[in-house]
Design a protein around this ligand. Structure first.
Ligand code: GLP
Length: 252
């Protein structure tokens, strides 16, 4: 795990944007795993400004709310088209986002997994983290081997995400999310976390034990995981000086 602590979210995002851009330049048919939420917004803005060639790229999003159609303003379909896809030349057929309106959810989830495999697997997975340590929508106690499936959101996640809806009552109770096992198969994971309200989850994920109670802690087992933080999100880490030192003295 590489822990990268930057002064602010802008600097942390810049690092991630450069890594994504480098991948797309080196491998134009790269398969990207993408996240939603407020955290990657600046990343998508920067990527859109970079004028990269997305024609041959493929994307798989982590999750979607069950019951929200793609045109719903709070759906992750809408989020992705609004904040990234409409600004880049990606082919619509190469965009994959779980279908929250799927009639047969287990069947849809199995097909989603199959499509990821058929695309050659995910080269780079962008992740945020929930204040309870969730990645995708893999809430605490999610199996660390889980695959894409339906999950129930915790009351805390529903409260956290209520800010995007008119009121908490509108937040769906269920979602479809890539599993932790699915995420762990991606070749590289880049987790972004900003702000003090992520500090506890980040400290648990980075310096705590690997536990399903903090799903992001599983990244300790991933061979290529980078955790990009601003000072707020890093504020409960005990070894920040060491992480900074390692980053400053990284081999070329
Ligand atoms: C959301 C998403 C996650 C995201 C997390 C944090 O509910 N399902 O993929 O990483 O919660 O969201 P935010 O970036 O808005 O804090």
């Amino acid at each position: 795990m590489e822990i990268i602590v930057q002064k602010n979210s802008e600097a942390a995002t810049e690092i991630v944007a450069r890594i994504v851009a480098q991948l797309l330049r080196k491998k134009p048919d790269a398969v990207l795993g993408l996240a939603t939420g407020s955290t990657p917004l600046l990343l998508y803005k920067k990527l859109a400004e970079m004028k990269l060639d997305w024609r041959r790229a493929t994307t798989f999003n982590l999750d979607e709310y069950v019951g929200l159609p793609p045109e719903h303003p709070q759906s992750y379909h809408h989020f992705m088209w609004e904040n990234l896809f409409r600004f880049v030349n990606i082919a619509k057929k190469n965009v994959h986002i779980p279908d929250g309106m799927a009639k047969d959810i287990p069947k849809f989830c199995a097909q989603y997994e199959k499509k990821i495999r058929a695309a050659g697997g995910i080269d780079l997975q962008v992740l945020g983290i929930g204040s309870d340590g969730h990645i995708g929508f893999n809430e605490p106690t999610s199996s660390l081997m889980s695959r894409t499936r339906i999950k129930t959101l915790t009351p805390q996640t529903r409260r956290d995400n209520a800010r995007f809806f008119r009121n908490e009552g509108e937040v769906p109770y269920h979602c479809i999310t890539m599993g932790i096992g699915t995420i762990m198969e991606s070749r590289q994971c880049l987790l972004l976390a900003f702000g003090q309200n992520k500090a506890r989850a980040v400290a648990g994920a980075v310096e705590g034990s690997i536990t399903a109670m903090n799903p992001a802690s599983v990244l300790q087992m991933h061979p290529v995981a980078k955790i990009c933080l601003d000072e707020g999100a890093a504020s409960r880490l005990r070894k920040t000086d060491y992480y900074r030192w390692v980053y400053a003295n990284k081999p070329d």
